[in-house]
Design a protein around this ligand. Structure first.
Ligand SMILES: C[S@@+](CC[C@H](N)C(=O)[O-])C[C@H]1O[C@@H](n2cnc3c(N)ncnc32)[C@H](O)[C@@H]1O
Length: 322
C-alpha cells in the first residue's frame, strides 16, 4: 500500500460526478478534481504568483503568531494535529517546526484527496522533521473526518488556505456541523478565511496575467481526457472568473468558445457544449469578520480568537468546540 490508509477510488468518484455535472442544466465539475499530479504542481505555481496574496498572508500570520497558537493548542497537553486538505503543508511546517523546537507532544494527520500530494507531503515532512509522528489519510474530507472519532487526545483541526471558501456559505455551515459531530468538547478548529477587500485585488488572484490559473482550470478537461477517455479539445474552452463583492463569491467557469460534442469513453456517452455556455468549476467564498462570527455561532462553536495579516486581507479564526 502506498499510503497509511486504504486508497480512496478517485477515478470512480470523478466518473460519477462528471456524469452528474454534465447532465445538469447548468453544467459543473466539482473543484476537488483540480488536484491530480499536474494540478498539484500548477497549484504550487499559483501560490507563488504575485497576484495570489492568500498564501503569503497566511504564512505571515503563522510566523507572527506561532507562539500564541502553540500555547492555545497545547493548553490541554498533547494533541492530534489534523489537517483537512493539507496540500504541500508549506505553512503548516512553520507551526510544526515551532512545536518540535519547543518539545510539544503531538501527532500530525494530514487528510487530502490527492494521493500524490499526500505522498510528497510525507516525504518532505520526514526530510525536514525526522522525529515527526505522521499518519497520512488519503480521502475526501468527509471520510477523513470520520477517522478523527477514534482519537482520545485533543483534536486540533486545521482547515487552511481558504479551503473553506470552496464551499458556499450554506455548504460550509453543513460541513462544519458534520465536523463538530465527530469532535469532542474542547477540541479546536483553526480556519483560514479570505476576507472581502478591493474587488480588483480579489479577482486578479484568480485571473493572473501569466495565465497559470487558466492552465489550472483547463487541466480539469485534460484530467477527464486521461482518466475517463474523453476527447476534449482545450482550445474550445477558456478560463472565466467573476467576483461579486456583495455576496463575496468568486466563481470560476470554463467558458465554451466553440460549440462541440465530446465523447467520454468510460461513460459511453457524448455531451454537447454550446458556444457561450459556462461550466462552473470553483467557488472561492470571501467573508467579513461579522459573517465569520455568525457562522461559528450558527454551527455551535465558540470563536476564541482571530489572527490577521498586516493588510487585513486574511484571517485565521480559532474556534473551540463547546
Ligand atoms: C487550495 S489547496 C490548499 C492546500 C493547503 N490547505 C494550503 O493552504 O496550502 C487545496 C487542497 O485540498 C485538497 N482537497 C480539495 N478538495 C478536497 C476534498 N473534498 N477532500 C479532501 N481534500 C481536498 C486538494 O487536494 C489540495 O491539496
Amino acid at each position: 500500500m502506498t499510503t497509511d490508509n486504504a486508497v480512496f477510488d478517485i477515478t470512480e468518484s470523478l466518473k460519477e460526478d462528471v456524469l452528474k455535472g454534465f447532465s445538469a442544466s447548468n453544467k459543473y465539475i466539482p473543484s476537488k478534481y483540480f488536484y491530480d499530479q499536474i494540478g498539484d504542481k500548477i497549484f504550487q505555481e499559483i501560490m507563488g504568483l504575485p497576484e495570489y496574496y492568500l498564501t503569503r498572508a497566511e504564512g505571515d500570520i503563522f510566523n507572527n503568531f506561532k507562539s500564541n497558537l502553540r500555547s492555545l493548542f497545547g493548553s490541554d497537553g498533547g494533541f492530534n494535529l489534523v489537517e483537512l486538505g493539507a496540500g504541500d503543508g508549506l505553512k503548516t511546517s512553520i507551526l510544526i517546526d515551532d512545536f518540535i523546537e519547543n518539545k510539544i507532544e503531538f501527532k500530525y494527520y494530514p487528510i487530502d484527496i490527492s494521493e500524490n500530494s499526500n505522498i510528497s507531503l510525507k516525504a518532505s515532512m520526514m526530510e525536514q522533521f525526522p522525529e515527526l509522528k505522521i499518519e497520512l489519510i488519503t480521502s475526501d474530507y468527509f471520510s477523513g473526518i470520520e477517522k478523527i472519532k477514534k482519537h482520545y487526545a485533543r483534536n486540533v483541526v486545521l482547515f487552511l488556505g481558504s479551503n473553506i471558501g470552496n464551499f458556499s456559505v450554506k455548504e460550509a455551515s453543513s460541513f462544519l456541523k458534520e465536523l463538530k459531530s465527530v469532535l469532542s468538547p474542547n477540541d479546536l478548529v483553526l480556519i483560514g478565511f479570505d476576507l472581502k477587500k478591493n474587488p480588483k485585488v480579489v479577482l486578479d488572484a484568480y485571473n493572473d496575467k501569466s495565465g497559470v490559473t487558466k492552465r489550472f482550470n483547463l487541466n480539469l478537461l485534460t484530467r477527464i481526457n486521461h482518466e475517463l477517455g474523453a476527447d476534449f479539445k482545450l482550445e474550445n474552452f477558456d478560463h472565466c472568473p467573476t467576483y461579486d463583492h456583495n455576496t463575496g463569491e468568486v466563481k470560476s467557469f470554463l467558458k465554451v468558445v466553440k460549440t462541440c460534442q465530446v465523447y467520454i469513453t468510460s461513460l459511453e456517452q457524448s455531451f454537447s457544449f454550446t458556444a457561450g455556455e459556462l461550466i462552473h468549476t470553483e467557488i472561492s467564498q470571501k467573508y467579513d469578520v461579522s459573517e465569520i462570527k455568525a457562522l461559528a455561532s450558527k454551527v455551535g462553536f465558540e470563536l476564541k480568537d482571530n489572527f490577521f495579516d498586516e493588510n487585513n486581507y486574511f484571517v485565521n479564526s480559532l474556534w473551540i468546540n463547546k
